[in-house]
Ligand binder design. Structure first.
Ligand code: STX
Length: 323
């Protein structure tokens, strides 16, 4: 998958440090740092929620100018306890726990202020974090903006996007009895929290495959196969579903309404025109509320960070902000 990024992004690098950080409530989060230990700090916020980090995500940043920080959010990736396990309780996994964890990690790493880079769910978390702690943020780089408003969730998980992918939608609704399909997020919640793996695993795979098969402009076979891996699918689907049932613990429209708090933070928003997961309307609403943030609409891309046009625009932004 990442071969396509050669020539667009920086080469693969290895971390120079990593660890597991206790953040409270029995959770330990995986973190790592790569690039220049004395470089400009940047934190990468992964998607989902529940997606975890991967090595290619280091490649958006010049390793000679950035200290690159990746963290697996609570209960996913290499963080523990993992949401796929019976002890992986999600009571203390909310947006505001993740925002607090970023402050714990920032202090742990001795970082005063950092650039915050996030796509999709990572953009929602970046906005929530920056609105809570604006003075800690040097710049924001956002991609595929997602703010968990009711109509955004309904579009992708409850029927809107079915207009574009009626074939894939059939597989997504398959684990849910016809009578429950009017409220897909709640119907999925019942299956994903069911103790029997014969119930929760197929539901998690159907949920995760729906997302993986619709986030790129053209199908990405490898990404779809990875999405079907039971352990990551169960964590991904459980965590996403948990956040979406609660509207991310935001007031409806909060992340857009509070955007004026970010006025003094230089920002670039990169958005694919054919993003089916988080349609351009949300990036547009954010840009309207916060006109100082530069909006780059990539006219031949969907949602994913690895779409060539998206990756190139993201790299241009981090190069410009490297100082
Ligand atoms: N979820 C969008 C999102 O953040 C609404 C997302 N979708 N897939 C991903 O993230 C991964 C690429 C992390 C699997």
């Amino acid at each position: 998958m990442t071969d396509a990024l050669d020539g667009i992004l920086y080469p693969d690098i290895e971390p120079y440090a990593s660890g597991m950080l206790p953040v409270g409530d029995g959770h330990r989060v995986y973190w790592e740092t790569s690039g220049d230990p004395d470089g400009k700090p940047v934190v990468f916020l992964h998607g989902g929620p529940g997606g975890g980090t991967a090595s290619w995500q280091r490649r958006f940043f010049d390793p000679e100018r950035y200290r690159i920080i990746l963290m697996d959010q609570r209960a996913c990736g290499r963080s523990e306890p993992h949401a796929s396990e019976p002890e992986g309780d999600l009571a203390a996994v909310t947006t505001w726990h993740l925002v607090a964890d970023l402050e714990v990690l920032r202090a742990h790493l001795g970082v005063d202020r950092w650039q915050v880079f996030g796509g999709s769910w990572g953009s929602a978390l970046a906005l929530a974090y920056a609105q809570a702690h604006p003075r800690r943020v040097t710049e924001l780089v956002l991609r595929g903006v997602f703010t968990l408003r009711r109509h955004e969730l309904e579009w992708f998980y409850e029927g809107g996007a079915q207009a574009l992918f009626p074939d894939l939608w059939e597989s997504y609704v398959a684990p849910i009895p016809t009578g429950e399909r009017g409220r897909m997020i709640e119907a999925y919640h019942r299956r994903l929290t069911h103790p029997d793996p014969d119930v929760h695993v197929p539901a998690a795979v159907a949920w995760s495959v729906w997302e993986a098969s619709t986030i790129t402009l053209r199908p990405d076979r490898e990404a779809i196969e990875r999405a079907a891996d039971p352990r990551s699918a169960v964590a991904f689907a459980r965590i996403e579903n948990h956040f979406f049932r609660h509207g991310g613990w935001f007031r409806e429209g909060q992340l857009i309404e509070d955007a004026p708090r970010l006025r003094d933070i230089p920002a670039v928003i990169v958005q694919g025109r054919y993003d089916v997961c988080t349609p351009v309307m949300t990036a547009w609403d954010l840009h309207r509320a916060w006109p100082e943030a530069e909006l780059v609409v990539v006219d031949d891309a969907g949602h994913a960070a690895i779409e060539p046009g998206i990756a190139a625009a993201l790299r241009r932004a981090t190069d410009r902000f490297a100082g």
